[in-house]
Design a protein around this ligand. Sequence first.
Ligand code: DON
Length: 305
Amino acid sequence: MKELLQEIIDKNRKYTKEGNVATYIPELKKANRDDLGLCIIDVNNNIYEVGDCEKKFTIQSVSKPITLALALMDNGKDRVFSKVGMEPSGDPFNSIMKLEITKPSIPYNPMINAGAIVITSMIKGKNNDEKFERMLNFFRKLSGNKNLDINYDVYMSEKRTGDRNRAMAYLLKSEGILQGDVEMVLDLYFKQCSIEVTVKDLAKIGLNLALHGIDITTGERLIDEDISRIIKTFMVTCGMYDASGQFAINVGIPSKSGVGGGIMGTVPNKMGIGVFGPSLDKKGNSIAGVKVMEDLSIKFDLSIF
Ligand code: DON
């Protein structure tokens, strides 16, 4: 198994040259474009790690389905989906366009930035510190990694430069969709995106989703079954942004990408997958990571369709 996975990494590393690391968050420029790592954890808790699997990177948008799960558990479906829609937007992840032309201007889905910021605003807690602590604990439990924490430099870098997210958040506030103090909500969102992970952390979270919210090691229910189903559905329809349709056809694995280069995949009842390749394509997905997912899907017949 490990040899097969190593072959997939070796074969696809060349694609890293065809993309670029994210630069709009200055601190992300420091990533090494050639990195490519993979971890798979199956339902028997076998862990396979190959390539640059020891590298840490910020979770970025891969956090979105996870905070969605927490917000749904905190608020219930009716309240959450009165503020954020369920449809793919077909637009880039940071697009602001539809917020102005749709009435009421609720974001199309929780996987685009506008939707994710509204979701973050719904996390319960008496102040921002408590909200972040609850969020971080949830990520730690799902990943089984008690040491997860934020990368402070990436957090500050995005906080300093995240004016597009700021614009969206203020627009959403003016429309009555986002409640609370905009700067506080954004601070929490930037922290959420700056949580530092490895491919193993992503594979473990993916495995817990594959097992419908039950932790494989403790047997504890971490996510309600119905919510786990909702999360995976969003990963299929919106998880790879405006490349989700193509990805569903070519890969067919519920997945979520982030501009840090991570992809988290979840194959129901089979395995969790974590991929890291910070060289991105034009839509913000890991360019070699998507190729790795394609090969995994074909080689192990993993498409859910
Ligand atoms: O808000 C942002 O722009 C980033 N913190 C996260 C965006 C992201 O990961 C989109 N992924 N492809």
